[in-house]
Ligand binder design. Structure first.
Ligand SMILES: [Zn+2]
Length: 490
């Protein structure tokens, strides 16, 4: 979400006009409208995280607030503390699962620590699931001295590494700003690599029986251009940095490998796309069932996972848009990056984006919603974003004002203050207005009796003030510096 969209999204929200009039004029807000119950439920709510920036304990040395492929920079014991604390919150607030990239790293306890986290989550009724690349991102053992660490395996199996168009080894630079890893990307047509991948999936679910599931990815890290891959994908294949052909070719066997060991695992097949994106058009074709016969035979409780950031921003996903017919019998998960370093800013207010994500997902027959869950609930915007995921998946057609009244009001000191939060929180993108918000918070804060409500307001005042402080020094800069993901091929 960029600066302009942030404002527009808020301004199209249900509360905008009324709040502007009420708060701007200093008058008491009107009574909340009667609650409108949701017409149905989205049954699965999950978090998505990287281990290196999963910060559910505050003020810990080595905390990072961005990055992919980063080193883990906290002392290793914080891995368990962070994940167990987020699991506690999920168990108490209706979030079903926490996914983790980098679940198994030697520097934070390796397999044993990962298993303790998964077992702890199961006891609490929450699933911790592995987010793993099949042909990249280190495989199931993200980093360490293990046969199942794909980066290690490639060192002695270099013939399984993919190829650039010029025939050189396919190397992807996970840099962004803060990342450091240069990773080899495998050739999905390599029989040896495919045997290794399937064995690794069976191994990890055997080694961690409490593992709740897996989000598997064929890779958004460029595709292999060797002769076999080029021929397999066909002349009409999309030439983007990921391949729908690779997904449909290799997910069925990977799903079977997981299911052979863990019958109850939640399996999410990442697509990196919205189902309306152009590269997915082939899934709507009349011959899709014949062409993707192995996909059609997959277990129907598998999730196909989509993303909707651009569609929320551009308003191009209309209510009721239909999934590809061949995939309709499956379960579906829709994820977004709202309120993160990728979209809008980390701990930015995103409850109305979450509302739209849930409403549109439900209207399209999607039964799961996913969001980043790396920031602790101490950061009150993040707390409300998470609570919005729970609330609007239960009530996908409810307006934001219902959420403010039912969920925010008890946590902030009343209905009027909840509505003020909805007004003030987006002002991080409008630094000139921030002093007005902070003055008002200072005015009413002494009357807020609840300690936790006071803490949330103090957090918001400090959070907004940081954007004002930045704007004083960089008046022409973006309020939220964009986290630029650059991945030059090397
Ligand atoms: Zn290849």
């Amino acid at each position: 979400m960029n600066y302009d969209v942030s404002r527009r999204d808020f301004c199209t929200g249900a509360l905008a006009a009324g709040l502007a009039a009420q708060v701007g004029a200093g008058t008491a807000p009107k009574a909340a409208s009667p609650h409108v119950p949701g017409t149905g439920k989205i049954g699965y709510r999950v978090f998505w995280t990287w281990d290196n920036s999963h910060n559910w304990c505050e003020t810990v040395p080595g905390m990072q607030d961005a990055g992919i492929g980063n080193p883990y920079t906290k002392a290793g014991e914080w891995f368990e503390r962070d994940y167990k604390r987020s699991v506690d919150w999920c168990a108490a607030n209706g979030i079903d699962a926490v996914g983790c990239v980098g679940l198994i790293r030697d520097c934070h306890g390796g397999l044993d620590a990962a298993r303790r986290v998964c077992a702890y989550a199961r006891e609490k009724g929450v699933r911790v699931y592995l987010i793993s690349g099949l042909y990249t991102y280190g495989g199931v053992y993200y980093e360490g001295d293990s046969h199942w660490s794909m980066d290690r395996w490639f060192e002695t199996n270099r013939d399984a590494i993919g190829k650039h168009k010029d025939g050189t080894p396919l190397l992807f630079f996970q840099n962004g700003k803060g990342g450091h890893v240069k990773e080899y990307v495998g050739c999905p047509s390599s029989d040896k690599l495919n045997r290794y991948v399937l064995d690794s999936l069976a191994w990890v679910f055997t080694a961690i029986p409490e593992l709740g599931g897996i989000q598997m990815e064929t890779g958004d890290t460029q595709v292999c251009w060797c002769d076999r891959c080029r021929e397999r994908r066909g002349a009409g294949a999309a030439t983007e940095g990921m391949s729908v052909e690779d997904m449909t070719a290799f997910y069925p066997a990977a799903v079977a490998a997981v299911r052979s060991v863990s019958p109850d695992a939640w399996i999410m097949c990442e697509t990196y796309h919205h189902f309306l994106d152009k590269p997915c058009a082939q899934l709507y074709a009349a011959d899709a069932t014949q062409r993707f016969a192995e996909v059609a035979k997959m277990p129907k409780d598998v999730f196909w996972q989509w993303k909707c950031d651009r569609e929320l921003r551009d308003d191009t996903w209309k209510p009721g848009a239909e999934l590809p017919p061949i995939l309709k019998p499956f379960r579906h998960m829709m994820r977004a990056h709202s309120g993160t370093q990728w979209w809008g800013g980390r701990s930015a207010w995103a409850a109305d984006l979450v509302r739209r994500q849930c409403r549109l997902s439900y209207s399209s027959g999607i039964c799961g919603v996913s969001m980043f869950g790396e920031c602790s609930s101490y950061r009150a915007n993040s707390e409300f974003n998470y609570l919005a995921l729970q609330y609007f998946s239960d009530h996908p057609d409810a307006p934001l004002s219902d959420f403010a009244r039912d969920v925010m009001s008890p946590r902030l000191g009343g209905d009027e203050l909840a509505e003020k939060w909805c007004l003030y929180a987006p002002w991080q993108d409008e630094p000139k207005r921030i002093p007005e918000a902070v003055r008002d918070i200072a005015r009413f804060l002494p009357s807020v009796r609840d300690r936790e409500a006071r803490r949330r307001w103090a957090w918001l005042a400090n959070h907004l003030s940081a954007f004002r402080w930045n704007a004083d020094h960089f008046p022409k800069g973006r309020p939220h510096p964009r986290y630029t993901y650059v991945s030059p091929l090397v």
